[in-house]
Write a protein that binds this ligand. Structure first.
Ligand code: C5P
Length: 242
């Protein structure tokens, strides 16, 4: 079981909404939640200053930009995202070990100009893709083998960890070892709506499977009382759920 501080630190609230709503929600969650996820929609709408705004409100930021381009460009983008304040930044393992190494160089360069290094997490196979989708792009190995191959490649090339479904977390923890950062979306507290997610697990099950951090959006952001919803997840993780 986690302490209250550990549980609060394990939850990343996905801000899939406009800037004004995001700031209003963050003001409510301030003092409880410690992490927010800024995805492409919010980032492209608001620019890098949204990261700063979140820091001012007291949150660490997972900047989910899923970088995937030539290594030279990824190096520059990772440096810029890090200097914008990203605490965690996502990249695609599919860009090859050279691209992941480029991202690592980028965040390392930025680290010389800020007080800590941005952590990298790599996407392996998007959870929206199945065996048919892999076949369509010419990949014939089973999805789970492709996920494992890309996860190992990414961590060997300098990524601090990966993003995966909670149902892959145990296998990934075994493969990547105790130090890898394993971030899992698709988390649903018991009794909450699944929405468009398919392969879900409860917060406690995801942590028990080896996840380091849980990305949770709508169960908190769409709740009638987001603060109560956040606290209920913390209670579940600390074992004080009733
Ligand atoms: O609202 P919900 O809890 O489903 O939000 C999960 C967040 O995690 C969303 O921002 C979604 O885009 C993201 N995500 C996901 N599945 C992945 C990767 C990212 O749901 N495989």
């Amino acid at each position: 079981m986690l302490s209250v501080e550990q549980a609060q630190d394990a939850i990343i609230v996905a801000l899939d909404m406009g800037a004004d709503d995001a700031v209003r929600l963050c003001q409510k969650l301030s003092g409880r939640a410690r992490w927010v996820k800024v995805g492409m929609t919010l980032y492209y709408a608001c620019g890098p200053q949204i990261v700063d705004r979140m820091h001012q409100l007291g949150f660490n930021v997972f900047l989910d930009l899923k970088l995937h381009v030539i290594p030279f460009q990824v190096e520059g983008a990772a440096e810029a995202a890090s200097l914008a304040g990203a605490d965690i930044l996502s990249i695609h393992a599919l860009g090859s070990s050279a691209m992941v190494a480029g991202a690592r160089r980028g965040v390392q360069k930025a680290a010389q100009k800020r007080d800590s290094r941005t952590k990298l997490v790599a996407i392996s196979v998007l959870t929206s893709m199945d065996q048919d989708a892999l076949h369509e792009i010419g990949i014939e190995v089973p999805v789970k083998d492709e996920v494992a191959k890309l996860a190992s490649l990414a961590v060997s090339a300098g990524s601090d960890g990966i993003v995966c479904s909670p149902q892959e977390a145990a296998q990934m923890r075994q493969l990547l070892g105790p130090d890898a950062l394993i971030v899992t979306p698709g988390v649903r507290p018991a009794g909450s709506a699944i929405g468009d997610q398919k392969r879900v697990a409860t917060p406690a099950a995801a942590i028990a499977a080896g996840a380091s951090k849980l990305v949770i959006g709508r169960p908190i952001t769409k709740a009638e009382d987001p603060v109560a919803a956040f606290d209920a997840i913390v209670n579940e993780l600390t074992g004080s759920a009733r």
